[in-house]
Design a protein around this ligand. Structure first.
Ligand code: NAD
Length: 254
């Protein structure tokens, strides 16, 4: 396999577990120099150990904090001299029906998933401008842009919002050599997905997917690394659906 990201410095937010962990592994395989930020520092330092990285390549950050995102971007520059790639993967998907959801629930999901997209971009893009090359990749979702599900109103609004943000950011940054794209995962087997869901529910999810299995973090990481590489040089302002065919209009099981 070629190391498509050799010489590039990547900042990954929400990399400690789940899809993010798979992205961290894959970015390294592609040769990137990696800085990871996550609110879960126990899992973050464990990730550093398991990948054989220095503990200083991890920083505890809350993606909804502009100051935290700035500190993470600055760490990339102090450690590796530059910042080329931002992967903003941190996201939460707590379930609450609109009748029962509180304003605090709504604000929290907005803060992590949507404000996080804005403040992380604001922190990293000026450093990419300095190089005349940059890649911003968001983990969006099929939920919001393509499908809906009971209890995920706030989540769906944030992921549809991220897709809108991607388009405007791509437009504004096109002449700076910076592309902005996203990946829309279907149902990916992670800690977050399994939490609060029964085995029967997970099995019913599998049956609704034409390829007959849930996705893996690596399935998403492959698409993220493609978008972060020069192979995707002429792609900006769009999202790649990685869902095993789940949202195909012909899929009657969904
Ligand atoms: P997960 O809960 O397993 O992992 C999420 C990671 O983000 C964790 O490491 C967590 O600590 C971190 N995080 C949460 N809040 C944060 C914050 N405020 N600041 C920094 N880091 C924070 O979730 P996952 O299933 O791996 O999902 C990752 C991304 O993929 C999310 O954006 C999610 O919306 C999206 N997604 C997941 C699925 C799926 O089926 N798993 C489907 C579609 C989209």
């Amino acid at each position: 396999m070629t190391a498509r990201l050799s010489g590039r410095t990547a900042v990954l937010i929400g990399g400690a577990v789940g899809i993010g962990r798979g992205i961290a592994q894959r970015l390294l395989e592609e040769g990137a120099q990696l800085i990871v930020g996550d609110v879960n520092d126990t899992a973050g330092f464990d990730l550093m150990r398991s990948l054989g990285l220095d503990q200083g390549q991890f920083l505890k950050v809350d993606v909804s904090s502009a100051a935290d995102c700035k500190a993470l971007a600055d760490l990339a520059v102090s450690r590796f001299g530059k910042l080329d790639i931002l992967v903003q993967n941190a996201g939460i998907y707590p379930v609450a029906l609109i009748d029962e959801a509180t304003v605090e629930h709504w604000d929290h999901v907005m803060a992590v998933n949507l404000r996080g997209a804005f403040v992380s971009t604001k922190a990293c893009v000026p450093l990419m401008r300095a190089n005349g090359w940059g890649r911003v990749v968001f983990t969006s979702s099929i939920t919001g842009p393509r499908v809906v599900s009971h209890g995920l109103a706030a989540y769906a609004a944030t992921k549809a919002g991220i897709n809108g943000f991607i388009k405007v950011a791509a437009l504004e940054l096109a002449t700076a050599g910076i592309t902005v794209n996203g990946v829309e995962p279907g149902n990916i087997l992670t800690e977050g997905l399994q939490s609060g869901r029964s085995t029967q529910f997970i099995q019913s999810m599998e049956r609704s997917i034409p390829m007959g299995r849930l996705g893996t973090p690596r399935d998403i990481a492959n698409a993220v690394c493609f978008l972060a590489s020069d192979d995707a040089a002429y792609i900006t302002g769009t999202t790649i659906v990685v869902d095993g065919g789940q949202t195909l209009p012909e899929n009657k099981d969904f």
